[in-house]
Ligand binder design. Structure first.
Ligand SMILES: Nc1ncnc2c1ncn2[C@@H]1O[C@H](COP(=O)(O)OP(=O)(O)OP(=O)(O)O)[C@@H](O)[C@H]1O
Ligand SMILES: Nc1ncnc2c1ncn2[C@@H]1O[C@H](COP(=O)(O)OP(=O)(O)OP(=O)(O)O)[C@@H](O)[C@H]1O
Ligand SMILES: [Mg+2]
Ligand SMILES: [Mg+2]
Lengths: 258, 258
């Protein structure tokens, strides 16, 4: 059974998509077979992995509402060992449609249960939209754990408690096995005291649940989506790419302690 | 009748809340009476204007789902001429509750229609969440115009066409008077080519609908929410505060050409 990780945070622009794309790429570079699911109607993860618009006819919406199986809709990306389920335009209407659908919070979980015994994936990474609505709930119910990117800014820190309450609620009512995989500090800016304050606050409150690896603010990261590539492929030696490579190694150590 | 402006963009973290708070403050500093409505369950606009958690018992949720009038729930902020309708915790459940509510897209518009003839406001500014769901739709249906903060990043530029399509759809089906108020470039970083590329692309495509005023990336802006103050009050002489003061002046020129 694959290790299913939802990358979630209702605060916008904290680095969810950047983390999902680059963690998935770094894991696949170590030989793991990874499936990335774009659960955000914006389709940024699909773009960041270079999936052309015309290839997004069926994907996550078909999985959630048409009963498609992952095999039917997964695309091979140009990154070896990494497949993608893209976000098609219909996904924008899914939140409202799901409200009156049977097992509305379990649709993604039920779809992934169809993976069957002969699939190649050791990890499934889910990129969630910036909300705590039915799409993100589907991600949290389908997942074994939640990876939370935490931007080193005040508004982002303020929102963490709301997210933790939601994770607890999902664990109690919908997915008892759900756990916090970890918190990753993102867009850390050495020149800005605020970054240090947020990092200290987060470590003080969450302790070792905060990853040692910190993702620095790095221009090469923000440039890479316009080239349709993860930063690891766009500029391997950049501080941003190297941080995501370390993050993947730290995640593997946490998930499979030697 | 007040000029109702929705600050919206489904892309997360582009500066919607920062723009709503600081534009509202700058407008009130010119003598305009302003009402700011926090339509985002995250409650960042409420925090950024220093509204304590204990004062958020009733607000936007009561407006949308309990039939409260703006007068019942508006709070006086510590900024002269600026009142706030805060986001209470219940707002997090509003998106799902609205789906089966009568006139679900018109709830905010109907509530603001109760302002009556003797209210003091010349502007109402609505801070929208990072999605195109029923909360943002309520903002777009209630508004006369939409102000779109555009972060100078690739993913943000990619999402603009989806937002424009939604504005057109709302205009056709729900609010024929809705127009694009303008596009404001945010977090512009002089050291980063990407900012210039995004700015050139946006001006090429949208022409004069893009504001001349550009909001620079400025550390004082990201520090100000932790002090519960708009940057204009936190550090009046900073480049960020001065940019928002210019933005308010440019908005007044566009709305009331001499
Ligand atoms: N470490 C970093 N350094 C510099 N830029 C970054 C970094 N991480 C992300 N970015 C940029 O910041 C913006 C926000 O990141 P991203 O889109 O990944 O966040 P998100 O949480 O997925 O946003 P949303 O809430 O809209 O889904 C993007 O333009 C991205 O390229
Ligand atoms: N010009 C700027 N310079 C530096 N930091 C900024 C600037 N504008 C906004 N910020 C910071 O960037 C982060 C994102 O801004 P903000 O929260 O206003 O965006 P938003 O679009 O409202 O986000 P959301 O999609 O979550 O509602 C915040 O931490 C804010 O303090
Ligand atoms: Mg994203
Ligand atoms: Mg906001």
């Amino acid at each position: 059974k694959p290790n299913i990780v939802a990358v979630a945070n209702q605060k916008g622009g904290v680095g969810k998509t950047t983390t999902a794309i680059n963690l998935a790429t770094a894991l696949s570079a170590t030989g793991e077979h990874v499936l990335l699911i774009d659960l955000d109607p914006q389709g940024n993860a699909s773009t960041g992995l270079g999936v052309p618009r015309e290839d997004r006819a069926t994907g996550t919406y078909a999985l959630l509402l048409d009963g498609a199986s992952p095999k039917d809709v997964a695309l091979t990306s140009f990154v070896p060992n990494l497949d993608v389920i893209a976000a098609e335009p219909d996904l924008a209407g899914a939140e409202i449609e799901l409200v009156s659908t049977e097992r509305r919070e379990y649709r993604l979980r039920d779809a992934l249960a169809q993976l069957g015994p002969d699939h190649p994936y050791s990890f499934v990474i889910i990129d969630c939209p910036p909300s705590l609505g039915l799409l993100t709930l589907n991600g949290l119910v389908a997942a074994d754990s939640v990876l939370v990117p935490l931007q080193c800014e005040f508004f982002a820190l303020e929102g963490i408690s709301q997210l933790m309450r939601t994770i607890e609620r999902v664990k109690r009512a919908l997915n008892p096995a759900l756990r916090l995989q970890g918190i990753v500090l993102t867009m850390f800016d050495r020149r800005n005291n605020l970054s240090d304050l947020v990092a200290a606050d987060a470590r003080g409150f969450f302790g070792t649940q905060v990853y040692d690896t910190v993702i620095p603010r790095n221009i090469r990261i923000s440039e890479s989506p316009s080239h349709g590539k993860p930063v690891i492929l766009y500029d391997f030696r950049s501080p941003g790419a190297q941080a995501y490579i370390r993050l993947a190694q730290e995640l593997l150590q946490r998930e499979r302690p030697q």
